[in-house]
Design a protein around this ligand. Structure first.
Ligand SMILES: Nc1ncnc2c1ncn2[C@@H]1O[C@H](COP(=O)(O)OP(=O)(O)OP(=O)(O)O)[C@@H](O)[C@H]1O
Ligand SMILES: [Mg+2]
Length: 505
């Protein structure tokens, strides 16, 4: 059945976002924004009469730091995070992201000449259930039907693997603005199978910027300047200059930064070598996680055919140098590492579109098999020492995944059972996150009635629980985990009204 609206792929990045759509020739294409740029800064500026998203907002960050929001992706799934404008309006992370998506959607509509009402949105492979749901909700609040949340490294591999029929075993190292993911996958006969994935949702170019900010700030102070981190304006100015200096050091060995505050103006020189030294521990963290993923995949470097770099931060020469010496291989980087995730999202969007409308695919068949990035379990009473976490679905399990545990009711006429759902793979409850506690209704039976509780991850890695009454062998229903970190239906409706009423430009 033909639809009116277009279906797009969105890479909702920590620092930059990008949109792509499948072109007529069966190749995904980036959709430029209204300013003609391929990527849009994920920055929102609130002004009393308008809301700006993108380059204009990023440029104004140093002028209006209190009304500018950046890096909101880091807060996705955090139920307590709020941004308050100087006008006193508060926003949740989902709402800020929705404003960014709204702008991307409108730019895509301009470009495509028709309504856009559906999307596939990418997320870091290491995002947990709460952050994935929050991302989906942001799309819904922005007025889109979100068909899938797709893992970013899988998207990168999709875009890459389209042109490389048999890539073999590929390690994708994805270092973006705010997050790091590393994934090992097999690409064979257009089948993309993820073997293992790991990452750090708080490690990215942002942290390299922070380290350079510290270095510049301490040099400025050594030369008699004030602490630039004491004031929101000078901090925002320093952040912008540090990011520019970082980019400069990608191509040149030495750069100068002019810093000015409280009547003191100094020109500070910084070399690539100094920058690399001050950020070496960050780079090591990516190296360590890469080693863990290889181990989890049960592979060594000799089993890896290709190393693919994605994410804008892989432009830093230190990344390539480290990965080449670590892997002993020549590494490959997409021509535009900050666009490849959106291109992959467009491929997935196209596959969904073909599925929904029954139209002919512009591509030969593609199969995508992904794995869970987080373990899923439940808290149980351990014999001697309090509670323990029992992992029910281990990390790196193929999704969709389902696993069943059997329980017996403990009291006569018990009408409900309580199941806590945890994320993580440690037996110690203090190292896992309780993502929800679900009360599940059951028919009233004498004590000891058997009940099966099935934990499931769907294809988007959102968590479901199904209860089966073994006395009657009947399913008592499937329940979404009421995730403590997400908005409920009424909150989402209110948020959608609020975002609809805001004009973004
Ligand atoms: N030439 C360059 N040298 C160094 N860093 C760069 C360069 N170009 C871009 N970056 C950095 O890359 C990051 C942006 O990359 P990208 O667009 O892939 O990230 P993102 O999608 O916003 O973040 P994430 O995927 O982590 O959510 C920024 O931190 C930016 O400073
Ligand atoms: Mg990214």
């Amino acid at each position: 059945m033909p639809r009116l609206g277009h279906l797009i792929g969105i890479d909702l990045g920590t620092t930059y976002s990008a949109v792509a759509v499948m072109g007529e020739l069966g190749r995904p294409e980036i959709i430029t924004n209204r300013e003609g740029e391929n990527i849009t800064p994920s920055v929102v500026l609130f002004q009393s009469d308008s809301t700006l998203v993108g380059t204009m907002a990023k440029r104004s960050a140093a002028m209006a730091p209190l009304d500018t929001v950046q890096f909101v992706k880091r807060a996705m799934g955090d139920p307590s995070w709020r941004f308050e404008t100087t006008d006193g309006v508060t926003f949740r992370p989902e709402e800020i992201s929705a404003l960014i998506i709204k702008r991307l959607k409108e730019d895509a509509e301009l470009h495509l000449g028709g309504p856009v009402d559906q999307a596939v949105i990418t997320v870091p492979a290491y995002f947990d259930d709460g952050a994935r749901r929050a991302t989906k909700d942001a799309g819904t609040i922005a007025g889109l039907t979100v068909h899938r949340v797709l893992n970013e490294p899988t998207a990168a591999a999709l875009a890459y693997g389209l042109n490389t029929a048999d890539a073999g075993t590929v390690l994708v190292y994805d270092l973006g603005g705010g997050t790091f993911d590393v994934t090992v996958m097999r690409i064979e006969n257009r089948e993309f199978t993820t073997i293992a994935t790991n990452g750090d949702r708080n490690l990215g170019g942002f942290d390299w910027d922070n380290a350079l900010m510290q270095l510049l700030n301490s040099r400025f102070q050594e030369q008699g300047g004030p602490d630039l981190l004491d004031d929101d304006h000078t901090e925002a100015d320093l952040r912008e200059k540090a990011e520019n200096a970082k980019r400069a050091l990608t191509t040149i060995a030495k750069t100068k930064v002019v810093l000015s505050a409280a009547g003191v103006t100094k020109t500070i020189e910084v070399s690539r070598e100094e920058f690399e030294e001050t950020t070496s521990s960050l780079l090591s963290r990516t190296r360590d996680l890469t080693a863990i993923v290889l181990e989890d995949a049960g592979l060594s470097w000799s089993d890896v055919d290709r190393v693919l770099l994605a994410g804008g931060s892989t432009r830093m020469p230190m990344v390539r140098t480290m990965m080449e010496s670590f892997s002993g291989k020549q590494v490959e980087r997409a021509v535009n590492p900050d666009e490849v995730v959106a291109l992959g999202a467009a491929v997935q969007a196209h596959l969904v579109d073909v599925d929904l409308t029954g139209t002919k695919s512009a591509l030969p068949a593609i199969i995508i098999r992904d794995v869970t990035s987080q373990g899923l379990g439940t808290l149980a009473r351990a014999d001697t020492h309090g509670m323990e976490n029992v992992v029910i679905i281990a990390p790196n399990t193929r999704i969709p995944a389902k696993h069943t545990s059997s329980f017996r009711t403990v009291a006569d006429n018990q009408t409900e059972i309580r199941v806590s759902v945890t994320q993580g793979d440690d037996a110690d409850p203090s190292f896992v996150k309780v993502i929800g506690e679900q009360i599940l209704p059951i028919p009233s039976y004498p004590a000891g009635a058997p009940v099966d509780v099935t934990f499931a991850y769907d294809i988007d890695q959102t968590v479901f629980i199904e209860v089966t009454d073994l006395t009657t062998n009947r399913s008592l229903g499937t329940f979404e985990v009421h995730d403590v970190s997400n908005m409920d239906g009424a909150e989402k409706d209110l948020a959608a009204d609020k975002i609809r009423a805001l004009e973004v430009s």
